[in-house]
Design a protein around this ligand. Sequence first.
Ligand SMILES: [Fe+2]
Length: 414
Amino acid sequence: LLEPLDDGAVEGQFDAILGPLIWDLGHIGNAEELWLLRALDGRGSRRPDLDRLYNPLVQPRSARGGLVLPRRRETERYVDSIRHDVLELLAKLDLNDSNRLLRDGYIYHMILQHEAQHQETILQSLDLRQNGRPYPPALRQKLPAPGVVDDEERVLVAGGVCTIGTVDTGHAYDNERPRHEVEIPAFQMDRFPVTCRRWLEFMEDGGYRRQELWSRPGREWLAASRCHAPQGWLWAGADGWVLRRFGHIHPIDPRTPVQHVCFWEAQAFANWAGARLPAEEQWEKAASWDPEAGRARLFPWGDDPPTPCHANLDHAGWGPAPVGSYPLGASAYGIEQLVGDVYQWTASEFRPYAGFSAFPYAEYSKVFFRRGYMVLRGASWAIRPIVSRNSYRNWDLPQRRQIFVGVRLVWDAH
Ligand SMILES: [Fe+2]
């Protein structure tokens, strides 16, 4: 991800809400050292001076641009030497050890997911960047061709008991446990994520001006941000709206899921459509529950890991795919593109499930509970498959729109 960039782009900061890319790179190596060398093998700190610089709790994103960080070459050498030692140690370890960190490879999966999440953050920064050469210079993978679909189709999810959360201890994060039963009344859900076509209709109907569609904090955000379109949408006069993505200017494909909208925008859109954002339990049931088998699936389509036929993940296409592109990825209810393309905002604040216990450290999720963070479900095109599963819970502040997030609506069943 960093290779096509010059040193100035890697070491500078594009936006106050995201640190410089060089911080993410050094922090990826530091987390790897902390867990895969020090916690697992009792080694001392390689560079005690770096531990504080790369601690995200000591250095909030807004402060990272002001830190005196090692330069690019030094950071690369540090990260490479950590990786070398990590692989050497891995060859000697027994993953069936009674050590809970090692069992089922948990700590390796955690660190792989951590790196994937920072890769996604790096892509968020590059997408926000205003100046510099378009990125990526020459990388565009082919996505499957979509069928012709009705982007407003709704699907009925029958009422009844289902399970939420997971018992998996090899990959899942602490906040996805414990698994528990929930009774959810019937509801209708969008078969597809909300498309740019629907979003344009909302805008043309005065969506960003009609105060009655917005909640009070939403109106405050609207007034302060002066936004009147999703992040990256530019008004091009006679050409209408166009999209700036990684510095490239594209026409807006009306069939693709809208992305880069904040929670307040998603909520106003839902009000405009006479709908609601799903509670996170509704989202998870729609994605995971198999009513015939009476059990939850790991992924919407079943228990098999994602392939490029199931979902738009893993930086494929460098953006969301048109709705209808992934019929093989449908859930048991026939709902599509739940995982892949864009995360979807839910109406749920990030909270622990009853019986939650922090593992392996409180700072992963516990410190974020009940702090006004909203839950995002699904997985974006910018995340690696290892971070995509039905039980995965992402979260961010309601005003954030640098995330690759979109919208999916629910209605009462009639
Ligand atoms: Fe991190």
